[in-house]
Write a protein that binds this ligand. Structure first.
Ligand code: WT7
Length: 682
């Protein structure tokens, strides 16, 4: 089945339906001071990257990199929609993020690692030290694990400097890394180990979260046991130590299987590993993400195209200069972290900040103290964090003397009132804001303003970034004109270098999910026939500014974390008593939305608070704590259509206390009132 609903199904709940439709906002202009120092100030950039100049415009991004062999073909469409960029080129991502900076900048900080424990000193990793550590760890991958270009390795690591070190060591050898968000469960890690066919797992013993040193090694044991059950044997687990030389987890190490990286490193002191020259289209990494089915999909990102795209957008949209101190508060376990904490900033020789913990720990002043101490001037975060900081410490930013020139918001639509607090209080009216809209699949930004050229509009991401040409279609494939005020399905007309190459091991699902709906000719090898379906609903203003309304598929966005409702439902179905499960998004002040879960039991089974708890725990075990439902409602029956489909739209309306609309055509309209009583107490 396609990941995006067919026409007959669009009547069910989608985030678009409950999205906030805020009014048109006044434009806010960048300051002269910002413009004076910006990387891009000439509006001609939009002409250079126009559709007429596609695809050759992207030479501008490719030329920001150091190629071992220069490419001969910009874009090869012969296997559409699996597009190949910079064909013939050879390149190494680790070399581009490290080695090439050494001659001039070896003493400069590449990574500032900030422990959640405020009394611990910040670790400043210079480019030279990054070089040494990446080389020595690459030697372990090569000589202790026998890993080579094209092999996959799963990483399940927290927010520590060792995570980019591990990624860049993989990249140095052409090994494909697949980092699983540290907050995901061992079970979720196992699914990704199995799908990617990883024979090695790299993890860390422990990390801090809200003041607790959490045992993380425990998850590796669950992951390995489960992966083995699913037929994938992991040969070794490499365990970094949060405190080198000391083991901080209670879970025992398994003799002959688990190895401390810090022990192994002793053998590799001083070893240097030559970066392997990889074809531009070689896979750099996999990033698993959620879709309509229960099975997460591995977005497969290329080396040359991806790196060129994140470097170009880091320079043009993030306005990163080599002398900037840049802090993106996302987790490296998500695409934002890969592109805009690790690869983009390091390719540009900036200093990037990695913060281990919770932004509001121990109080809502923490981010501003970090910004002040490190003199951060570019700040990047998500609406959910901004909402939390605004709620807990609205006046905190004013107490500190940091100055941002540039701020980013990413991951969800931002309410204008929250945008304004970010602008006035966090940015102190000095910093410009870019609202960047994109997805795991895209590698880098799709829509945003170019900060020194276009004014900001609270609540709207902005037009397509250079070389990205959005188009909105209705369900029948008719173009919805900009400025019509009508919403539709937003697509991108053209491919771009950062776009994923496929879903790992599932080209059919790739084609079906992202292209089938609006493909003009499935046999075509012209890129013009393959608009990319993003899965978001959007309205485009007459000025070309895009306002994202939310997903049109079964994906929900909880605190900026992308979850498939089907994944939660499948997790609930692992509880033997459960017959049916339905998940709907409920609005939440900080998180944007939370999942609410409805359950129907098998005949003869009895509802109880214990059973509801068991179902909730099943979600945490299968996926992770971020997916824990707000409530588990065990209902006598699900509201269904006459054809037997669960009416999620009705459940969504009940959870959100909004109008449930006409339910008389349901097979069992009487059930609606019973559920309403249960949930709303009326
Ligand atoms: C979905 C993708 C890659 C960014 C991190 C999330 C929503 C993302 C925005 C934004 C409104 C946004 C979309 C998109 N989204 N950025 N600026 N404004 N909505 O990546 O986990 O793959 O989620 O996040 O719905 O489809 P992701």
């Amino acid at each position: 089945m396609s990941d995006v609903k067919d026409k007959a199904e669009v009547t069910e709940t989608s985030e678009a339906e409950i999205a906030v439709h805020w009014a048109e906002e006044e434009l806010v202009y960048p300051s002269a001071q910002f413009i004076a120092q910006a990387n891009v100030t000439d509006p001609a950039v939009y002409d250079r990257f126009s559709l007429e100049n596609f695809p050759n415009c992207f030479k501008e991004y490719a030329d920001l990199l150091s190629w071992d062999e220069y490419w001969h073909t910009m874009l090869d469409t012969s296997d559409a929609p699996c597009f190949k960029w910079f064909v013939g080129g050879k390149i190494n991502a680790s070399y581009n993020c490290i080695d090439r900076h050494l001659a001039k900048n070896k003493n400069k900080t590449a990574i500032h690692f900030v422990s959640e424990v405020e009394s611990e000193k910040v670790e400043h990793v210079t480019y030279q030290e990054l070089y040494v550590r990446v080389n020595e760890f690459a030697a372990i991958l090569r000589d202790e694990c026998g890993l080579k270009a094209g092999d996959r390795v799963t990483l399940h690591m927290p927010m520590v400097a060792e995570l980019p070190i591990t990624m860049l060591a993989c990249a140095r050898l052409g090994i494909i890394h697949s980092q699983v968000f540290g907050g995901f469960s061992g079970q979720a890690c196992a699914d990704r180990i199995v799908d990617s066919g990883s024979e090695y797992l790299i993890t860390m013993d422990a990390y801090y979260r809200s003041g607790q040193l959490i045992d993380h090694k425990e998850k590796a044991d669950t992951a390995l046991a489960q992966a083995a059950k699913e037929g994938q044997n992991v040969k070794k687990v490499l365990v970094w130590q949060r405190y080198p030389g000391k083991y901080s987890a209670a879970t025992p190490m398994v003799e002959g299987r688990d190895f401390f990286v810090n022990d192994l490193l002793k053998k590799y002191y001083g070893v240097r590993v030559a970066p392997v020259s990889m074809p531009a289209e070689a896979v750099l990494f996999l990033m698993y993400t959620s879709g309509t089915t229960g099975k997460p999909k591995g977005a497969q990102h290329s080396t040359g195209g991806y790196l060129a795209y994140v470097t170009g957008t880091s320079k043009y949209i993030q306005d990163i200069h080599p002398e900037d101190v840049y802090w993106c508060m996302a987790d490296i376990g998500w695409i934002t972290g890969h592109s805009y904490i690790v690869y983009g900033p390091l390719a540009l020789c900036a200093s990037t900040v990695i913060y281990e913990g919770v932004p509001t720990y121990p109080d809502a002043g923490r981010p501003w103290r970090i910004a002040q101490d490190l003199d951060v001037n570019i700040f990047h975060t998500a609406p959910t964090a901004i909402r939390a900081l605004r709620k807990i410490g609205p006046d905190e930013p004013a107490k500190y003397t940091y100055h941002f020139k540039h701020m980013t918001t990413v991951g969800e639509p931002i309410e204008p009132v929250v945008w304004k607090w970010y602008y006035e209080f966090v940015g102190k009216k000095e910093a410009i804001i870019v609202d960047t809209w994109w997805q795991t699949e895209n590698g880098g930004f799709l829509c945003s303003t170019i900060p020194a050229i276009k004014p900001m509009k609270p609540g709207s991401a902005g037009p397509g970034v250079p070389g990205i040409h959005p188009i909105v279609y209705d369900n029948d494939g008719v173009v919805v004109p900009s400025g019509s005020g009508k919403a539709g399905n937003i697509c991108i007309q053209n491919p771009w270098p950062g776009m994923f190459q496929s879903i790992w091991g599932d080209r059919d699902r790739f084609v079906k999910t992202y292209f089938e709906r609006y493909c003009k000719d499935p046999k075509s090898t012209r890129w013009q026939d393959w608009p990319y379906l993003t899965g978001d609903a959007a309205v485009v203003g007459a000025d070309g500014y895009v306002r994202i309304l939310g997903r049109i598929d079964d994906v929900i966005n909880v605190s900026g974390h992308r979850l498939g409702t089907k994944e939660l439902e499948s997790a609930a179905l692992t509880v033997p008593e459960v017959a049916e499960a339905a998940v709907v998004p409920v609005k939440h002040e900080i998180k944007g939305v939370e999942p609410d879960m409805y359950i129907a039991l098998k005949p003869g089974m009895v509802a109880s608070p214990e059973l509801a708890k068991k179902i909730s725990m099943a979600i945490v075990t299968e996926i992770g704590a971020i997916a824990r439902p707000k409530s588990v409602w065990i209902v006598p029956d699900m509201p269904k259509t006459r054809s037997g489909k669960i009416m999620r739209r009705v459940l969504g309306a009940i959870s959100n206390g909004t109008d449930i609309g006409d339910v008389m055509t349901l097979a069992n309209p009487e059930i609606v009132e019973a559920i309403q009583k249960m949930v709303q107490g009326k």
